[in-house]
Design a binder for this molecule. Structure first.
Ligand SMILES: O=C(O)CCC(=O)C(=O)O
Length: 284
């Protein structure tokens, strides 16, 4: 299995709160559907995010409803049994996180990828408990989770708060699947052992899953703390369980076209798991 890194990138790409990317990287992102960038935030900047991440992942933020959940198990699973801990929309719940340093530097890259009409749509904190082989993020395409919009462009940034590698379940992608004409069929993940259409719904769990094809080539994207991956809305991706003795910690932040975000909000869709939307009407 290949592990792909981008050795040309690094902290020297930073100029104040902007991170410069190259024309080759933009081309690679458009063709392959992903990118990795090293040295995105400094250690000092990372340390401003750590306490907030821990606050949410330890379940200390009250009244989050389904926005605090396990992405590998049904809603209602007790916290002590969480494996893939998920806290949606942290800056919605805590103003202190609005316009944080990750957002500001990521916006500079989103602008280079998408010529200045990219706005932040949603964010989430994700953490895999140590030694949880079942802390898998099921393979999917992000667009499979979202309502239909005219423009689908998305750049999802994943900032590693811990080193992320094969052992602790780093992001894995199938390069080039972003070019497939049709979105693959997504079905709710069945937590009773099988994945069957309609067997479990998005009311029970938020997790969707696709079937992999024999032609899918999977590559791993290991990144060091302070580095990022970026993926688009169509690439097939997910992540494996955590076999290591440490947490894998990731801060995910997605940018979309400003008009797309307006369209989503008009449908009542904010990426909160507490949204009350009729999925049969709005899904792809
Ligand atoms: O980082 C992971 O484990 C998966 C995250 C993911 O699938 C996503 O952000 O779309």
């Amino acid at each position: 299995m290949k592990r792909i890194t981008n050795k040309d990138s690094g902290p020297d790409r930073r100029d104040f709160e902007s991170y410069r990317i190259t024309a080759d990287e933009i081309r690679h992102y458009r063709e392959q559907g992903y990118l990795t960038l090293d040295g995105f935030l400094t250690e000092t900047e990372m340390e401003t995010l750590d306490p907030w991440f821990d606050h949410f992942i330890q379940g200390k933020q009250p009244d989050m409803g389904k926005d605090f959940c396990d992405m590998s198990q049904p809603y209602g699973t007790p916290y002590e049994e969480f494996r893939l801990v998920n806290a949606m929309l942290p800056s919605h719940y805590r103003n202190e996180l609005k316009h944080n340093i990750f957002f500001r530097v990521a916006q500079s890259v989103a602008d280079q990828l998408y010529e200045n009409s990219a706005v932040m749509d949603y964010e989430q904190f994700l953490a895999k408990r140590p030694e949880k082989t079942a802390a898998e993020f099921a393979m999917h395409q992000d667009l499979g989770y979202w309502p239909k919009t005219k423009n689908t462009w998305t750049a999802t940034f994943s900032l590693a708060l811990s080193d992320s590698d094969l052992e602790n379940g780093c992001l894995q992608v199938c390069p080039g699947t972003n070019k497939e004409k049709e979105l693959r069929k997504h079905v709710p993940k069945d937590f009773h052992g099988q994945q069957e259409d309609g067997d479990s719904s998005r009311e029970d769990s938020h997790t969707l899953v696709i079937e992999m094809l024999p032609s899918d080539e999977l590559v791993y994207l290991p990144v060091k703390r302070g580095s990022i991956t970026i993926h688009d809305e169509r690439i097939v991706h997910g992540s494996g369980g955590n076999t290591s003795s440490d947490w894998r910690k990731t801060y995910v932040m997605a940018f979309r076209d400003s008009e797309t975000v307006r369209e989503e909000r008009a449908m009542g869709f904010t990426h909160s798991h507490n949204d009350e939307v009729n999925w049969d009407e709005i899904i792809h």
